[in-house]
Design a protein around this ligand. Structure first.
Ligand SMILES: [Zn+2]
Length: 277
């Protein structure tokens, strides 16, 4: 109990510190019209809940169909152990034009590990994806539990971005130097389904409110989902409602983190690429 309230305080302090760090850096997306929304999934199967691999795989397949109907591409943060169990699922995600990133090797809560164990975890994840022919650039921590040692490990292993819970209004460099690490803040996810027993209609309302609040205030906002949470009754229909609404917003562009990073870190290059068609 005491340990968990200490952890909450540590997280709050860390969060404030990094909001300040973001505020001190320029917003490199100012020339992008409107707001960019990233939709992301944490794909974990048995590694978060034993016995969920099959549900995870089946639900991801249904989500891919929904995304295709709404012309939405997302970032899928996959636990490397799940990816090794279901390489066909990873291939289907990728084949639909989405980005694959890492959600750790085995869904360990990284902040509870020793420094050497953290380094080994993110290294093993990167290698597991490399065996599937994927060079992952991004990472999201299980339970969004991260600290300086996690950032050190990510930089050492050549990750380009990390996405964690936060309210920063645009991507920024969380580590600078020869090897840069970019941070994307995740504003909200679908956990309220579990924690607050929210109805699908109320959940959609909350996601829409997040996007509306971002307008004018934020250049980038990220919204997270879990396939196994979305598998609950009525939730996939709600997800589709939300995605249709999102796709219809004229001032909103939906992009995976990797695409946002390209526009942020290399704006000239991505403009040239756009001009080339
Ligand atoms: Zn997770």
């Amino acid at each position: 109990m005491f340990a968990s309230s200490l952890e909450r305080v540590r997280r709050r302090v860390q969060r404030l510190r990094y909001e300040q760090r973001c505020a001190r850096q320029p917003n490199l997306l100012t020339r992008h019209p409107g707001t960019i929304v990233t939709t992301l999934y944490d794909v974990e199967g048995d590694w978060a809940r034993p016995g969920m691999n099959r549900t995870e795989a089946d639900t991801v397949a249904r989500i891919l169909e929904i995304e295709q109907r709404c012309s939405i591409r997302s970032t899928y943060n996959v636990v490397a152990g799940f990816a090794a169990w279901a390489p066909d699922v990873v291939e289907a995600i990728r084949g639909a034009g989405n980005e694959i990133a890492s959600h750790s090797y085995d869904h360990s809560i990284l902040t509870r590990l020793r420094r050497a164990e953290i380094a080994e975890n993110v290294r093993k994840a990167k290698r597991a994806f490399a065996r599937l022919g994927i060079d992952v650039a991004g990472h999201r921590s299980p339970q969004s539990a991260w600290d300086e040692r996690v950032l050190d490990a990510l930089v050492d292993e050549g990750y380009a971005w990390s996405a964690e819970d936060g309210a920063e209004p645009y991507p920024y460099r969380i580590r600078t130097g020869r090897k840069e690490l970019w941070r994307f803040a995740v504003a909200i996810d679908d956990w309220a389904y579990e924690a607050e027993r929210l109805t699908p209609a109320a959940m959609v309302e909350r996601w829409q409110r997040t996007v509306r609040a971002a307008r004018g205030r934020a250049k980038h906002v990220a919204i997270g989902f879990h396939a196994w949470v979305e598998a609950g009754r009525g939730r996939l229909a709600a997800l589709e409602d939300f995605f249709h609404w999102l796709a219809a917003q004229k001032d909103v562009t939906v992009l995976p983190f990797g695409d946002v990073l390209e526009r942020t870190a290399h704006p000239a290059a991505s403009a040239m690429k756009a001009a080339d068609g």
